[in-house]
Design a protein around this ligand. Structure first.
Ligand code: GCW
Length: 695
């Protein structure tokens, strides 16, 4: 339940002795809730990892912190102290350890940390209370991952200013695409009010670096529409808990709110009555939630209402809401997941992949300064493999954030292990070429490439009321990893995995090796036994779990593979296809357009090819399908056997949970293997070169 904040006891050794020596006493002089939350966390972490009860020093005692004070019998040293607080707030240690030059390096949410020999102190100083909390989590993490702390000296600032989680929780307690039980906010159209759980959630999120959470589904139904009116007091209670942990609360809103709540007969964004309605709403919200983050909006998408009904565009809609929030410093996060979901499969011209760019590129520059466009990482929908959305690079005058999906909707639904940090990193590193070679997605979303006022990363949560939060224990690594990556995209997938493992399972290197391999191989394995070469979507309609090659082939959702007896893939070239490849810049467009140059893993996303087409790997497409599916299912079995080497080495209950899931995955991977292989064998009539069993 405490996940990566369970603070396993540290092994005896020189580092542990060093920590014990330092951690006996703490100096904190501020009463601010957030600083006090940091103190509570510090005490809990130190008690649990090191078995010592931290003494909180009063101000008077601080003065005589003597350099050569005696060692106590429990190994703590009276001379050593940890100090934390905001700069200039009256903690004498913070004020003496940090000079003006240090303070200048620390941003709004950052912190400085230094081991000072002179003061016999490890000081964590920040500009604001949230930075203190991040700094304390940082120090706890250093200890939990067995890093030396005797010579710390750095200033740490988050790279992305918005580090957001989107819940798809509904008021009835269900979670759209939720795979970890039900909502811990709502049940049966009421707020559960379990504030302890909300607080623990806020702790977890804050420790991973999250600073913004939208608590309701982007599909806003009738009752959730009233979150900004009737239910505002309960929403405010959650915001109060979040605030302590440096998290701003956001709400998803219904664009047709003014109509549903009555009074206004339209939701036309240019109608003065509608504008006033939203302005009044904003004022009411800020009365009770003074630091309210703003609105998340899914409009004119998958049957949600929006400005199109009134002949207006997305900029009209977003700007109207932005105007209402502006006086209070709120922002509008407008989603770009807009496409025609009523497509006729016979229509080969309409290409869903093109939609976001076609809708939003022409609006670049028209959005107000407090509007952010939220763009899914790929042009389709969180498939195991997609190219990067071409909107990154195309919008040069608009605030934008990327949207990832921590929930594993299309990547095994938290029944299969699929560590997504490597995928997210690949996306963030993608060179858009928007401003020459130095224009990776990460520099667009952190706001540095175009100098945006608002920037960052959002992701769909994978949590629920399951006791371990994420259903599959190993899916916690995605939640943790997302936060860490949003804080600092330079962290490697390996380093993030190593942190999560140590914080969750303790520091046994053998355990760490096995779990790390499982996590780092898992995305590739999942990809290999599911949809090949970037084609995507071979899943059962609606619930999206399990193989069904033609599940979406004749549907209206715009998600096709066009497999017949000769070949497979979607022709998205300019020359003969939908022209999607031209949405990329320069050599990216050329590479995707070219059958020869297109990377193997995206081949079927961009091209329709015969099964005998030879990949860069030297294999034919059909042989690639057979080989990866046989290997994938085998490697899925391998995940289980690796895990089984950990029996008796990790906590029994944790061991069992994961063993069960991996057993299910191994069996289910065979189902994928056999359905996909059989389908393509029957379509193509081409034998497997290795003559393995295909049904
Ligand atoms: O991935 C799709 C999901 C929908 C979801 C939609 C969206 C919240 O299947 O369940 O709706 O994306 O992102 O809006």
């Amino acid at each position: 339940y405490n996940a990566w904040l369970s603070y396993p006891e540290l092994p005896q050794g020189s580092l542990q002795e060093q920590y014990v020596k330092w951690c006996g006493a703490v100096s904190v002089t501020e009463t601010d809730d957030t600083v006090q939350a940091a103190l509570a966390e510090w005490k809990q972490g130190v008690a649990s990892m090191l078995g010592i009860e931290v003494q909180v020093q009063a101000e008077a005692a601080l003065a005589d912190t003597a350099a050569n004070a005696p060692e106590h019998s429990d190994g703590t040293s009276a001379g050593h102290v940890i100090a934390f607080g905001t700069f200039g707030s009256g903690n004498p240690l913070i004020n003496s350890v940090f000079a003006e030059a240090d303070i200048r390096k620390v941003g709004r949410e950052g912190f400085a940390i230094r081991t000072s020999a002179e003061h016999n102190c490890i000081a964590v100083g920040a500009s604001a209370p949230a930075g203190v909390l991040y700094g304390v989590f940082h120090l706890l993490r250093l200890i939990g991952t067995l890093q030396p702390i005797a010579a710390l000296d750095e200033a740490v600032n988050p790279v992305n200013s918005l580090r957001m989680i989107n819940h798809w929780d509904n008021f009835d307690g269900s979670v759209e695409r939720g795979y970890a039980g039900r909502s811990f906010f709502y049940e049966n159209n009421r707020f559960i009010g379990d504030m302890e759980r909300v607080r623990d959630y806020a702790r977890l999120m804050s420790s991973a670096g999250i600073n913004a959470i939208a608590i309701n589904n982007v599909n806003v139904h009738a009752l959730e529409t009233l979150f900004i009116s009737e239910y505002l007091p309960q929403v405010a209670e959650i915001a109060d808990k979040f605030r302590v942990y440096g998290i701003r609360l956001f709400l998803s809103v219904n664009f047709a709110g003014p109509m549903q709540e009555g009074g206004v007969g339209t939701a036309d964004p240019l109608d003065p009555g509608v504008r006033t309605w939203w302005q009044n709403k904003a004022a009411e919200i800020y009365q009770v939630i003074p630091d309210f983050g703003g609105f998340v909006v899914k409009a004119d998408s998958e049957n949600r209402p929006g400005p199109f009904t009134y002949g207006r565009d997305h900029a009209d809609g977003a700007n109207m809401l932005a105007e209402a929030l502006e006086p209070f410093g709120g922002i509008v996060i407008w989603r770009c997941f807009v496409y025609n979901c009523k497509q006729d499969w016979r229509d080969r011209k309409t290409d869903r992949a093109r939609a976001a760019y076609d809708h939003f590129k022409p609006l670049d520059g028209r959005f107000k300064d407090n509007v952010i466009l939220q763009i899914k990482n790929g042009p389709m929908d969180f498939q195991v493999r997609e190219p990067v959305s071409p909107l990154f690079g195309a919008l040069t005058q608009t605030n934008q954030i990327i949207e990832f999906q921590i929930a594993q909707e299309y990547t095994g639904q938290q029944r299969h292990v699929c560590y997504l940090v490597p995928q997210w990193k690949e996306v963030l590193e993608f060179q858009t070429l928007a401003k020459g070679e130095a224009s990776p997605v990460k520099r667009i979303v952190d706001g540095s490439l175009w100098g945006n006022r608002h920037s960052g990363i959002a992701a769909v949560s994978n949590t629920g009321n399951d006791i371990n939060w994420t259903g599959h224990l190993l899916a916690q690594a995605n939640l943790y990893g997302y936060g860490r990556l949003a804080w600092n995209p330079e962290l490697s997938a390996e380093a993030i995995a190593a942190e999560w493992i140590a914080l969750t399972f303790g520091s046994n290197p053998e355990v760490a090796d096995v779990i790390s391999r499982i996590l780092l191989d898992s995305w590739e394995i999942y990809e290999s036994y599911t949809a090949p070469l970037g084609v995507g979507w071979m899943i059962n309609p609606e619930h999206h779990y399990g193989p069904n090659v033609d599940g979406y082939e004749y549907s209206q959702w715009g998600t096709y593979h066009y497999a017949d007896n000769r070949g497979i893939g979607v022709d998205r070239t300019v020359k003969t296809g939908t022209g999607y490849s031209a949405q990329y810049i320069g050599s990216n467009a050329a590479r995707y357009e070219s059958l020869e140059e297109c990377p193997d893993e995206l081949l079927l996303f961009f091209h329709h090819v015969p099964y005998t087409h030879v990949l860069h790997s030297g294999k034919t497409v059909i042989q690639h399908i057979y080989d990866t599916h046989f290997e994938g299912a085998q490697r899925a079995e391998g995940l289980l056997s690796s895990w089984q080497t950990l029996k008796d080495k990790v906590r029994e209950d944790l061991y069992v949970q994961v063993e069960q899931r991996l057993t299910g995955q191994a069996a289910h991977a065979k189902e994928w293997r056999d359905q996909i292989n059989t389908y393509f064998y029957r379509k193509s009539g081409i034998e497997d070169q290795a003559s393995r069993t295909i049904y």
